[in-house]
Design a protein around this ligand. Structure first.
Ligand code: MN
Length: 217
């Protein structure tokens, strides 16, 4: 298999009570697992694609053969997005950001609370399934964006510094329809060390189309 489901970097119940064990189990094993399985199935007809990092597939979707382009967009996106997602969370995470990402948040949004409010609002307003992101622009600035479905910022020439999954599968068992409650609680499991690593990779890449630090295969 060209692409593999990475193991969860902590136990399924490690993010309790913010994210419950059943949600984590289904989300990682079934949802992320299916994206990887579907991506591998799609590239069986085009095995040369399997030699590329999954981020690379998303960077120029027009270069993907038309018969599998939508499948790669959805499932390659699902694979890359979730590989990021597990890593940027951790048990006993959260708190105020530190390091370079804290400086950038302060510079770009005034303070952390205002940034959180804007990020959460964007996540609440994303209609249907999708993601809310802090994305890096080619010039080095950062901005909050949302993407529908499993679309990656990479396909827009932006760098996914970190994002939160606002698909119902990410929160519905515990929070039901209360997406704002999930978005607010989620900050308690955020892994700022990992986000700083991704932010440093973005800064050192100097261009949104290079992502040496987190090729996920
Ligand atoms: Mn998800």
């Amino acid at each position: 298999m060209a692409y593999e489901l990475p193991p969860l970097p902590y136990a399924y119940d490690a993010l309790e009570p913010v994210i419950d064990k059943q949600t984590m189990t289904l989300h990682h094993d079934m949802h992320h697992g299916a994206y990887v399985k579907n991506l591998n199935a799609a590239i069986e007809k085009h095995p040369e694609l399997g030699k590329r990092a999954p981020e690379d597939l998303l960077r120029d979707l027009n270069s993907i053969p038309e018969d599998i382009r939508t499948t790669v967009r959805n499932n390659g996106g699902g694979h890359v997005n979730h590989t990021m997602f597990w890593k940027i969370m951790k048990p006993k995470g959260g708190g105020d950001p530190s390091g370079p990402i804290a400086d950038t948040i302060k510079k770009s949004f005034g303070n952390f609370k205002d940034f959180q409010t804007k990020f959460n609002d964007a996540g609440v307003k994303q209609f249907g399934s999708g993601w809310v992101w802090l994305a890096g622009k080619p010039g080095g600035e950062v901005q909050i964006i949302t993407t529908p479905n499993q679309d990656s910022p990479i396909s827009q020439g932006l760098y996914p510094i970190f994002g939160n999954d606002v698909w119902e599968h990410a929160y519905y068992l515990k929070y039901n329809n209360r997406r704002p409650e999930y978005l607010a609680a989620w900050w308690n499991v955020v892994n700022w060390d990992e986000i700083n690593k991704r932010f440093e990779a973005f800064k050192s890449a100097k261009s949104a189309d290079r992502e040496p630090a987190f090729a996920s295969r």
